[in-house]
Design a protein around this ligand. Structure first.
Ligand code: SF4
Length: 326
């Protein structure tokens, strides 16, 4: 470790002021403290935001949800409204990390977490995300767990969050408070593909603080769920995952929301799969047909070609699980 200072922000506005002066926000600390220990991150000043009043889950409008940024993963997963209206969110949270981490980590911190690429966390390895222009050790290295979608020459790391996949599927919005006031960013625009600047990971401006994630209302009943495929059944990141939400009325699919994880540099929305489902009657044949396009555009690396087939099967299986329940 190395010397740094830490201040506690009494209000969101004072936190933003400290953030604008270069302070790094910390709440649960489950990602940042690790990275500081490994000297991957070396902030001079931490701004402790854990005391801010951003810990509520509220119902909005016609039945959407607003989840405060400091609601812990465990609290959000267990919240009655989350469980009953968007089980895909609860399931994604409960399949993440360990119970101890879920008790500490917050929803806002979860979507801000940084990649688990081993080369990113090894300060002796070439990594454009950690040190722009230094290269990417994963391209020719151990890349079995890396991305097949949304990659660039500069970076092929996956985004590690499970709940971000659920938020992407549901087309949630991120609420930010900054020096210029509040703004809302669609989830699809918030997390950035690496392109030529993999060090830039979110659409977030200096000093901006995530205050909430808003999930829009959908027609009811909305059946939803999250499937995570991984090398072991607990405390492991996804090789592939699928978040699915379906609204069926009169025997026909009227709403279909699908996103996948473990395969993209950001949570990966599947509009072609959604389109293939809309207006159709649920059936085994439909799930298989719709899932066929799940890996379109994939660019596998040396060791992760298996993800193409695994992804299609993951999507098909989760469509069947959710669809057979509609
Ligand atoms: Fe770094 Fe991205 Fe390459 Fe991993 S994949 S080594 S995070 S540049």
């Amino acid at each position: 470790m190395y010397p740094f200072s830490i201040t506690k922000a009494p209000t969101a506005r004072e936190a933003v002021d400290a953030g604008r002066r270069g302070g790094r926000y910390i709440a649960g600390g489950t990602t940042l403290v690790d990275l500081m220990r490994e000297t991957v991150e070396r902030p001079d000043t931490l701004v402790d935001i854990s005391g801010l009043p951003l810990r509520e889950v509220t119902v909005t409008g016609r039945g959407g949800l607003r989840i405060g940024a400091l609601v812990t993963m465990a609290e959000a997963a267990a919240h009655r409204k989350v469980r009953t209206t968007y089980p895909v969110i609860s399931q994604a949270l409960e399949l993440s990390a360990s119970a101890q981490l879920r008790n500490m980590a917050t929803v806002g911190g979860n979507i801000m977490q940084r990649t688990r690429c081993t080369y990113f966390r090894d300060v002796t390895a070439a990594c454009n995300k950690r040190e722009p222009g230094s290269g990417c050790a994963a391209r020719e290295g151990h890349n079995r767990t890396h991305a097949i979608l949304g990659t660039s020459e500069e970076c092929v790391a996956t985004h590690p969050s499970d709940v971000a996949v659920a938020f992407a599927a549901l087309e949630a919005r991120v609420v930010l408070l900054g020096p210029g006031g509040e703004r809302t960013v669609p989830f699809a625009d918030f997390l950035l593909r690496p392109g030529r600047s993999p060090q830039r990971e979110q659409d977030i401006r200096p000093g901006e603080l995530i205050t909430a994630v808003e999930v829009p209302a959908y027609p009811r009943p909305l059946k939803s769920g999250y499937l995570k495929v991984r090398d072991r059944q607990s405390y492991e990141f996804a090789l592939t995952s699928a978040a699915v939400a379906l609204h069926v009325r009169g025997g026909v699919i009227r709403e279909a929301k699908v996103a996948v994880g473990g395969v993209g540099t950001v949570p990966w929305k599947l509009p072609a799969v959604e389109q293939a489902l809309l207006g159709e009657r649920p059936s085994d044949r439909l799930w298989g047909r719709a899932a066929e396009s799940a890996a379109d555009g994939a660019r596998p690396l040396t060791h992760n070609r298996f993800k193409i087939e695994l992804l299609k099967r993951t999507v098909e299986r989760q469509l069947r699980i959710v669809g057979d329940d509609t």
